[in-house]
Design a protein around this ligand. Structure first.
Ligand SMILES: [Zn+2]
Length: 227
């Protein structure tokens, strides 16, 4: 989903879309939000106890369109890396069917099944996609080092529909885990941006950019024998 800040005046198709955006904001930024009023014509949401941030949106002229009317206070809460929204909405639908089919499944088995299913689906529906997840060596508990991600459809969109120029940029990730995201984009004939690949690394440095670019070039077929 698009990475934007919530601002007063912002409009949404309906209350449902506003709630989705709030959920995304909550997960992305690591704030624990609670719906205080949740009605078809008005939604007020507060941050967890002790934080005075709150947001209020309501229907425009009684129609379905929703608009942010006020945002008050600042976040003075500690960001959280657990998020009830992420569990409930993001995985809920997927988990429901698995549990219905296997009522005795335990949590570890469920985790493995979900991971496997995601991988299988990616390979099945988008063969040629690449996903690399590296963990740090010399750590007892598995610790994230970096990841690379490119869907075959993204790659083909670049190879078949874009000029042979790749834009690169990095940005800070604002969640509790920090790190940086690298992204490679192309431009199609209509000046639209076409994402080709992305990576998440701990810091921006020569080593990580080299790694990202090597994976990218290998992906789009740019590395000859002189590698
Ligand atoms: Zn807060």
């Amino acid at each position: 989903m698009k990475n934007f800040d919530l601002v007063v005046g912002m409009k949404f198709k309906n209350a449902h879309e506003f709630r989705e955006v709030l959920r995304d904001y909550s997960v992305r930024e690591g704030y624990e939000l609670t719906l205080k009023k949740n009605e078809s014509y008005r939604v007020t949401t507060v941050c967890k106890k002790g934080c005075d941030w709150r947001i209020h949106a309501s229907s425009v002229m009684g129609g379905p369109t929703f608009q942010i009317k006020t945002i008050k206070g600042e976040h003075n809460c500690a960001k959280s890396n657990t998020n009830k929204f992420a569990n409930y909405k993001y995985l809920g639908k997927r988990v429901e069917k698995i549990v219905r089919d296997n009522p005795d499944i335990n949590i570890d088995q469920l985790k493995n099944t979900i991971t496997r299913k995601c991988e299988v689906e990616l390979r099945k529906y988008n063969p040629g996609s690449k996903f690399i997840l590296r963990k740090k060596e010399d750590f007892e508990t598995p610790t994230f080092e970096k990841l690379y991600f490119s869907l075959n459809a993204m790659k083909n969109a670049f190879l078949e529909g874009c000029r042979p120029i790749i834009g690169l940029d990095g940005c800070f990730l604002k969640t509790i885990h920090g790190g940086q995201m690298f992204v490679a984009i192309g431009r199609d004939g209509n000046e639209n941006m076409v994402p080709i690949a992305l990576a998440v690394v701990q810091m921006e440095n020569r080593e990580n950019w080299t790694w990202f670019l090597r994976e990218l070039l290998e992906d789009i077929g740019g590395l000859g024998d002189g590698r």
